[in-house]
Ligand binder design. Sequence first.
Ligand code: HEC
Ligand code: HEC
Length: 287
Amino acid sequence: MKNRSLKVIGGVAASLMLVVTSLSAEPVDDTLTVNEEMTLVTRTAAPAHLSDIMDEVISGWHFRGTETRAMQADDFDNPGMIFVEAGEDSWNTAEGSEGKSCADCHGDAADSMKGVRATYPKFSEAAGKVITVENQVNDCRENRMGAEKWKYAGGDMVNMTALIASVSRGMPVNVAIDGPAKETWELGKELYYTRTGQLELSCANCHEDNYGNMIRADHLSQGQINGFPVYRLKNTKLNSVHARFKGCVRDTRAETYSPGSPEFVALELYVASRGNGLSVEGPSVRN
Ligand code: HEC
Ligand code: HEC
């Protein structure tokens, strides 16, 4: 494997030295089989748009310790599954002026939502822009149920996205990056490579140049989002994609965009596309 440790570029060198040690640890060679019946694709050939940059895309699961990895292999041990159940309850609960539940229109989530997680964010004709699963859920709440929108990265929303992800587990991430999605994808790509904050670090400086290296006590992954929402042992709750982006941007000591902002929607599309081919894993378990 090529040595990726501390690729030093100009001013970035000093700040990276502060945080990344040259200790390198390979992603763990292991297979993720859930409930002894569903084997997920957790490493695969990089999608065409990344082929000049890397050979392989790897789920964050490979960068976690033995016990954390094991929790994800059994739904009884996966703390994220409790939130899927909460999402299921709210799926079946009527709310709003129309007196309807999600189930009233969509039926069983396991059938109607299968495949949804794998293709979002995606361009919506109705909205005239690229939207996330969260945007679509809130659109249904506001315009079809006559209910209040949920907070973008709040508990109700993340439970619902956990339910929606769970019914696509094992399906390959396959977001479109061309056609009407292209402009948004380009914006997301630009954001991914833009250095921010006092540390002048981009997403790529950590998750492309240094994955496999240790940063503080953490094993740096490729920053993939196929596992979202993610149950984190650190804060003992489910975390949405945009909440994670926010945390990572903050770590560079930069002002950050808010969850649901057009910038984070674009970044989500771009980051999702870097994982095209990996299985949907959500809800996954991480540090
Ligand atoms: C009154 C009927 C109705 C209710 C209630 C409703 N939806 Fe929808 N939903 C629709 C329709 C119609 C569409 C597809 C049309 C569109 O794109 O706007 C849709 C689309 C969706 C999609 C996108 C599916 C895809 O294949 O891309 C998701 C996700 C979704 N709804 C989630 C929810 C959730 C979660 C709830 C409950 C909080 C809900 N909906 C409540 C009617 C409803
Ligand atoms: C200073 C280094 C650093 C920068 C810059 C950084 N991250 Fe991270 N990121 C981390 C660390 C450390 C973790 C936790 C370990 C891991 O999963 O890589 C993490 C985790 C993640 C995860 C969770 C992966 C998983 O499997 O759960 C995502 C997604 C992510 N980062 C995306 C981003 C994006 C997008 C950016 C740019 C806006 C970014 N990061 C910038 C250090 C960084």
